[in-house]
Design a protein around this ligand. Sequence first.
Ligand SMILES: [Zn+2]
Length: 218
Amino acid sequence: MDYQLIRSKRKTLSLQINRNAQLIVRAPHRLPIQQIEVFIQNKSNWIKQKTQALQNQIIKKPDYLTGEKFLYLGNRYPLIRQTTLNNRLVFDGKVFKLSHNSDAASEFYRWYKSAFKKIALPRLDYYSDLYQLKYNKIHLKKQKTLWGSCSSTNNINLNYLLTGAPMSAIDYVIVHELSHIKHKNHSQDFWNLVQSILPDYKTARKWLKDNGHQLHNL
Ligand SMILES: [Zn+2]
């Protein structure tokens, strides 16, 4: 279990879950680390409940109000609700703008999908050509659990909610699925191929693991 340890002059141990659902442990200066770990172990149920509750809050659905922030290529940009002539979501490089009477969620989906086409499809073809990994068809979908998939007939699906992720994470998913054209499994050969194309793929994979749930938050 990950935690932040803060030692001080205090006499007792205490646990706290902060607003980001991180565990903070406060302990006396000289208390051995083993005792601290045992204490955390004994409280693991409480910790799980508490962090789960907080995480649920963190990933609650947006209200699409002015000031709320939305991910685009790994950065967060604020939304402004305003009166506009059309109902489309617009992004000017700094803020998202949306008319008061638009269906916000569907506008965001539409915008993410069209942005994904412009951002990701050229990358797909770039890697496909460069590494001679020829796919059959490409489909874009929004999916709850998968970032992408590659069928036995080399049809590739990509989750367009990845528009919220950094370019490195988008590249990673693309390269991952293209690598399945050669290796229909997650064998060492498969990972070697991914790594030969993207030496730093683990950082991108970790970003998705840590932040991926937020990409579904529309
Ligand atoms: Zn895979």
